[in-house]
Write a protein that binds this ligand. Structure first.
Ligand SMILES: Nc1ncnc2c1ncn2[C@@H]1O[C@H](COP(=O)(O)OP(=O)(O)O)[C@@H](O)[C@H]1O
Ligand SMILES: [Mg+2]
Length: 585
């Protein structure tokens, strides 16, 4: 050590370079919802019943739209002058390291604010008769002071009225208003989606994060719109899913138990509800619940991405576990390798929640920023083990339910309806047929009535109904029982081709039926041997179909001339159809 270093070492220096340290701490990894969540946490702990969040948009210096200030107002207990003075002190908490509160590190409010803004203002009062007391912190001023060599401090609260534009939002009695301003990290297009996108995302996240409080009656609103609880387990009454499902299915059906607000409740099926005990922790346990969404949500296979699924946020749910600490969700995330054989598409219809108390914080890796919680070690293992059984069961039940719906649908709609419907759209762009239509409209009508009768519709009204259903289809394929050796028979009605498959034919029984039977079973119940046997028999049958066709052609003295067009068109149309019709079953 040279002389100057020795001299410096003798005098003490402050351990924190406040301004610069705060500048660095701005990047604490908050998203807007988790940051605002910190302020809402504090309001909830101050026993607020009404929490108002207000985002304000303006143009920034580069002429770009951005949210420039964010206010959170509550009607909680408020702070006395001493507490308010310390509100902005990093590390100050009136509940430091307690195990029965949401906050405990004394950094939440500060880090969250600085993550987005460069200035924080707080007004608070404990009684209607008290004046509003005000404190603030300005990051740029602090850095300036520090550069000048001054120590950074916080002035004592002074009586001051909150800004005029926000006065309407203030509570009548006690309460607190936190205002983040000079927000510089929400520029539209560059750092954030547009205002509406930002607001919607915030609504979505906060309505899930604080669902238990919202469900309990605490009102949270964002720019005047009150949040409705979103429960990823789909168990909570009158929550977001109920609202969406009631709208979708119009009204409650008679005799069903209505929810609190008179709408029908669509609860999930509880697959498991277990206490996951941690040995050696004096009996601490987490509560693990797994649910399967109701039939009104799971419906038929393949609808997991449609409009209703989107509104219900089903896809975002895929593989996500909701971790809830003291009724406040601290994380909603995919935990790697915790579900049996990874995350599968149908898992979006399964709700998973792990609820725990702060005595398990260390097992969950709780951090000072309420984000990215994941169970560790022993606890992770215990959760994984439980999930193995219940997720497998939920998946199996889902497959069974989809299988049953598909079978019902087939019986109702006819075996080939789905494909015929899909072909309808493709046919528009294919060459028009040349086959002559029947002589008279009566003949065409009779052909349709005959088909309806072949299908077993005896009553005239049933026949009419069936004919109405196939009215617009260019191709109608039906499996019917008719005598003779023919496997398919075609009938041309001008605007429509009717194709009958003979269910009595050996080909139908050896190929069609076994594949159809397997396609309607639940994947878990089909053995590999069965599947392979059926696939082999199918190849055999298809090959024999071709051989029989060749043999049939050979019965003509000049097959090349006679059938060339037929085989060319057949191949061409088959390719077009295969290209456009996919996965309709
Ligand atoms: N909205 C509020 N109403 C009343 N007191 C509050 C409010 N927000 C914060 N406080 C007080 O400020 C302290 C610091 O808040 P914070 O930095 O979030 O730390 P923590 O929540 O971990 O205690 C809290 O412990 C609480 O005493
Ligand atoms: Mg806090």
């Amino acid at each position: 050590m040279d002389e100057t270093t020795i001299n410096q070492a003798k005098s003490r220096i402050p351990m924190i370079q406040t301004g610069q340290a705060l500048q660095s701490l701005r990047d604490s990894g908050h998203s807007l919802p988790t940051a605002i969540g910190e302020v809402v946490d504090n309001s909830i702990e101050a026993k607020a019943n009404n929490i108002r969040i207000r985002l304000d948009e303006a143009l920034n210096s580069r002429g770009k739209k951005h949210v420039h200030q964010i206010a959170v107002i509550d009607d909680g207990a408020g702070m006395d002058s001493e507490t308010l003075h310390h509100y902005l002190v990093l590390g100050f908490s009136t509940r430091y390291m307690r195990t029965d509160t949401i906050g405990k590190y004394g950094v939440g409010a500060k880090l969250a604010a600085l993550n987005f803004g460069r200035r924080i203002d707080v007004w608070s009062r404990e009684r209607n008769s008290d004046p509003w007391l005000h404190v603030h912190f300005d990051l740029d001023k602090a850095i300036e002071e520090e550069t000048r060599g001054e120590a950074i401090g916080l002035d004592a609260p002074v009586a001051a009225t909150p800004p005029e534009e926000l006065k309407d939002l203030l509570p009548v009695g006690s309460g607190t208003m936190v205002l983040w301003s000079r927000v510089d990290r929400l520029e539209e297009g560059r750092l954030a989606p547009d205002f509406n996108g930002l607001r919607l995302d915030l609504e979505k996240e906060l309505s899930r994060i604080f669902r238990y409080f919202i469900d309990g009656g605490i009102a949270i609103d964002i720019n005047g719109k009150r949040l409705i609880a979103y429960d990823p387990l789909l168990l909570m009454e009158d929550s977001w899913a109920d609202v969406v499902l009631n709208k979708h299915y119009k009204q409650a059906s008679e005799g069903e138990k209505p929810g609190r607000r008179g709408a029908k409740h669509f609860p999930s099926i509880v697959i498991s509800d277990d206490a996951v005990k941690m040995g050696g922790m004096g009996g601490s346990s987490a509560r693990l619940r797994v649910t399967l969404y109701p039939k009104e949500v799971t419906r038929t296979r393949g609808l997991g991405g449609d409009a209703l699924a989107k509104e219900l946020r089903v896809r975002e749910n895929q593989g996500c576990i909701s971790f809830v600490r003291l009724n406040r969700e601290v994380s909603y995330t995919n935990v790697p390798r915790i579900l049996p054989s990874g995350v599968l598409d149908p898992d979006r219809f399964i709700g998973i929640e792990v609820a725990f108390k702060p005595d398990l914080d260390q097992f969950f890796g709780i951090r000072n920023v309420k984000r990215g919680v994941e169970p560790h070690g022993e606890l992770r293992e215990a959760i994984r083990e439980r999930l193995e059984g219940s997720i497998a069961q939920a998946r199996k039940m889902l497959e069974e339910s989809w299988g049953a719906v598909a079978r019902e649908h087939h019986e109702e709609e006819g075996e080939h309806a789905a494909v015929a419907q899909a072909v309808k759209d493709v046919d528009v762009t294919m060459p028009k047929g040349r086959a002559a239509a029947p002589e008279s409209p009566e003949d065409a009508q009779r052909a349709l009535t005959d088909l309806a009768r072949d299908l077993g519709y005896e009553k005239e009204e049933d026949q009419k109904l069936y004919i109405e259903k196939i009215k617009d289809l260019p191709f109608v394929v039906e499996s019917v029982n008719f005598p003779g050796n023919m496997f398919i028979s075609t009938q041309h009605l001008g605007n429509k081709v009717i194709i009958r498959l003979n269910t009595r034919h050996q080909f139908y029984r050896d190929m069609w039926e076994p594949i159809k039977a397997i396609s309607e079973r639940d994947p878990g119940t089909v053995s590999g041997e069965e599947a392979v046997r059926t696939a082999r028999r199918t190849i055999e049958a298809l090959t024999l179909l071709l051989i029989a066709y060749g043999k049939a052609e050979s019965m003509h003295p000049n097959p090349a001339d006679q059938y060339e067009d037929l085989t060319t068109y057949w191949g061409q149309f088959l390719a077009t159809l295969l290209g456009k019709v996919k996965n309709v079953l």
